[in-house]
Design a protein around this ligand. Structure first.
Ligand code: ZN
Length: 138
């Protein structure tokens, strides 16, 4: 069995963003040479997510509104976590949107359902953060 590991780095200039990282993940798969197996992609920070959904800007706008209703950034003082920091909402948004995805690798390709793409969800940006890509198989 082959094993491959790589860290992808992101520095989002805004507090929040959704980035389609499918091309980078596909590049990792090509580098790995693995044709059959599993690929794990996970955020290495507790204020960022990796998730799978549609690459559609209206949906991403809707996510932003929905997440702000569930865990509004303001008022910052409304969260007990925000003693010396202001990212309590980012921890909660990450919890909802998830830590990782696992995708089957079949015939050297990501074995996606219709319209599935992999996204990095940033909820407390403006600093360098990592995503882990781990691929196992043969
Ligand atoms: Zn925090």
């Amino acid at each position: 069995m082959k094993s491959y590991r790589k860290e992808l780095w992101f520095e989002v200039p805004s507090r929040r963003a959704f980035i389609n990282i499918t091309p980078q993940v596909l590049e990792c798969l090509r580098e790995s040479g693995i044709m059959e197996g599993l690929i794990l992609v996970n955020a290495m920070h507790i204020t960022a997510s990796v998730f799978i959904n549609d690459d559609e800007s209206g949906l991403h706008h809707d996510y932003e509104i929905w997440l702000e209703k569930l865990a509004p950034h303001e008022p910052v003082s409304g969260y007990r976590h925000n003693v010396g920091e202001d990212n309590a909402d980012a921890h909660m948004k990450r919890q909802i949107m998830g830590r990782e995805v696992v995708v089957a690798v079949t015939g050297g390709a990501l074995d996606f359902g219709t319209w599935e793409r992999i996204f990095y969800g940033e909820f407390d940006g403006r600093r360098r953060k990592r995503v882990l890509v781990k691929i196992i198989g043969e």
